[in-house]
Design a protein around this ligand. Structure first.
Ligand code: ADP
Ligand code: ZN
Length: 602
């Protein structure tokens, strides 16, 4: 069958990749690049960037060169492409001389559709010569934000990639990233000489991710409850700030029956590699990590990302939570946040090296994140607004699902601020709450705080409620922690208006889990995912696991969770019905179709 242009792209999308339709701007991008145009693609994680160069690679003559910074990532991509019957290979330091020769021959002979290479290898003179002798379909530069010197993923080798444009001006280039901010975008354009490229910006919304930010009380127990109630047996990532906390949390979760493994830069390389591999390949491993665990993770079926500590900014939060649910199936971004986090982050900024301007930037970023944490409105609206997108309440975040009650906290705020003032602005929350509650602890009597008129004026609120009030006072700027004095709380210029009764203070009420109704399971944000029958799904997962083991590839390379869910929900009786499910292309149908039907109905 001869199919031309756009319809040929659609034909390949359906037969090779098994997807019924393009998503978002994919079709436009594919057409543009296949037609020889340069492109810069900004799409959130899980948005479907890979197809934007994989399809043009199949549509254009010659081999597409894909620059990718991470070895594990390119290996998985290549394994997945081979499953689809695409001729793909990679070149990196894990190959021996003979294997390298074979791949190079394949390139020269035009026997490859896609070749993945690390940037440093691409820049080697021998490689550039080889490229000149081969037919190149296009250059794809993945994770293009690695050129940004200000980002945390900076790779010096990326800076040299502009050479591609000088050497091969007629070959189209497509740069892709999930980093949204305008500065990074401009840097990519300048450094990669992409000023003539068409820029495709997608919405950065991740509708399948449910955002939840809970009041931190007993964080560990809250985390365990969250995992047990909502993600039993699922793969997930738990982020902590310090290595010590990573180790302790992983060990503790393990004693509670969660398959948890630690990951941080202080561990030896072998253990790190092993833990990452187990996370990637096994089903249902939870990695507890510092942010050192990040970019190399290309696992589509991470069902939750949990933060036990506050990140530094909304950018950080969004990038980290973005690792959940790349396959489009429902996923959770869950965070426990409390006064201690706020004090700790402020202290880290205060004590950081760097000038006043730098610190002010960090503080502004932190404040934006605090605004998100304290918000009573839709979390997603707030997140997207930060990235310059307007939206309407999502129905798939904690605040949309259970709108928090607010209360007039003016009286409580005045009591707390008076207490801070009367005790000399030298104490932290624990002591302040003792005084408010009228508890004559040794410390209270030592300082004669039991003689103050604020002693015992706060018996009407319990401890969590007071912690909440004090935290919100700090987040709202009515009080601030002093880092020279170990986080003692002090008044600010804004406090006076509250104390004088000139302003009213609205606060979120503390939400305790006790007596809280279970979350509705029907997820609104993920219309593309059918609700499968649990028994069938388990059966399919077990089957996938044996397949993955036998072929030594990660389970998701065989089928994504969303495809298994699709199969379980449709319960197909024939190969034809099976082929209609997203994620089942011709090759996979041929390879696994009969086995799946037997599994379902045998
Ligand atoms: P990114 O690189 O942008 O993070 P991927 O390219 O890995 O995202 O794609 C994310 C997921 O979306 C993958 O599971 C992929 O198979 C799926 N996907 C991509 N395009 C489509 C499409 N047009 N229809 C259905 N699923 C798609
Ligand atoms: Zn919402």
């Amino acid at each position: 069958m001869i199919v031309e242009g756009d319809s040929r792209a659609l034909h390949l999308l359906r037969t090779v990749f098994g997807h019924p339709a393009f998503r978002g701007a994919q079709q436009e991008i594919v057409t543009h690049v296949a037609g020889g145009g340069d492109a810069l693609v900004l799409m959130p994680t899980g948005g479907g960037k890979s197809l934007c160069y994989q399809l043009p690679a199949l549509l254009r003559a010659g081999t597409a060169l894909v620059v990718s910074p991470l070895i594990a990532l390119m290996q998985d991509q290549v394994a997945a492409l081979k499953q689809l019957g695409v001729r793909a290979a990679f070149l990196n330091s894990t190959l021996d001389g003979q294997a390298v020769n074979a791949v190079e021959r394949g390139l020269r002979d035009g026997a490859l559709d896609l070749l993945y290479v690390a940037p440093e290898r691409l820049m080697m003179p021998r490689m550039l010569e080889l490229l000149a002798e081969s037919r190149i379909a296009l250059f794809a530069i993945d994770e293009a934000h690695c050129v940004s010197q200000w980002g945390h993923d900076f790779r010096p080798e990326y800076l040299q990639l502009s050479v591609l444009h000088e050497r091969f001006p007629d070959i189209p280039r497509i740069a892709l990233t999930a980093t949204a901010d305008p500065q990074t975008r401009d840097e990519i354009i300048t450094r990669l000489a992409l000023d003539k490229a068409r820029v495709f910006v997608s919405s950065f919304d991740r509708p399948n991710i449910r955002y939840t930010i809970v009041d931190k009380q007993d964080a560990r127990a809250q985390l365990l409850r969250f995992i047990r109630d909502e993600h039993d047996g699922d793969a997930g990532i738990v982020y902590c700030l310090s290595r010590k906390k990573v180790d302790e949390t992983a060990a503790w979760l393990a004693t509670q029956g969660v398959r948890a493994l630690p990951y941080h830069a202080g561990m030896d390389a072998a253990a790190r590699t092993e833990h990452q591999a187990r996370f990637q390949q096994d089903d249902g491993v939870v990695v507890v990590a510092t942010i050192a665990f990040g970019m190399g993770i290309d696992k589509p079926d991470v069902r939750f990302v949990a933060h036990l500590d506050l990140p530094k900014s909304i950018e950080g939060y969004y990038q980290e939570t973005g690792r959940a649910g790349r396959d489009g199936a429902p996923a959770d971004a869950w965070m426990a946040y409390g006064l201690g986090d706020l004090v700790q982050q402020r202290r880290m900024i205060d004590m950081s090296e760097g000038g006043e301007t730098f610190k002010r930037v960090l503080l502004t970023k932190l404040d934006a994140l605090l605004g998100l944490c304290e918000s009573a409105g839709c979390r997603r609206v707030r997140l997207l607004d930060y990235f310059g997108e307007t939206s309407t309440p999502c129905g798939n975040c904690d605040n949309c699902l259970e709108p928090p009650q607010t209360w007039d906290a003016t009286g409580a705020a005045r009591k707390a601020l008076s207490c801070i003032y009367r005790t000399g602005q030298r104490f932290g929350a624990v002591h302040l709450i003792d005084v408010l509650h009228g508890r004559a602890t040794a410390r209270v009597t030592q300082w004669n705080h039991d003689k103050l008129n604020v002693f015992g004026i706060g018996a009407d609120l319990d401890e969590p409620a007071w912690r909440n009030v004090i935290r919100q006072l700090v987040a709202l700027g009515y009080a601030r922690p002093d880092h020279e004095a170990y986080g003692a709380l002090q008044l600010t210029d804004a406090s006076r208006a509250v104390l004088k009764g000139d302003v009213t203070v609205e606060m979120r009420r503390v939400m305790t889990r006790k007596g809280k109704a279970a979350k509705p399971r029907g997820r609104t944000g993920s219309g593309n995912v059918a609700q499968p029958s649990a028994g069938l799904l388990d059966k399919l997962k077990a089957w996938r696991y044996t397949q993955a083991q036998a072929q030594s590839v990660p389970a998701f390379v065989i089928f994504h969770d969303s495809t298994l869910a699709g199969i379980a929900a449709a319960n197909p009786k024939t190969l034809d019905e099976l082929s209609g499910i997203s994620g089942i292309g011709a090759k996979k149908l041929e390879r696994y179709g009969t086995a799946i039907l037997e599994l379902l109905h045998g």
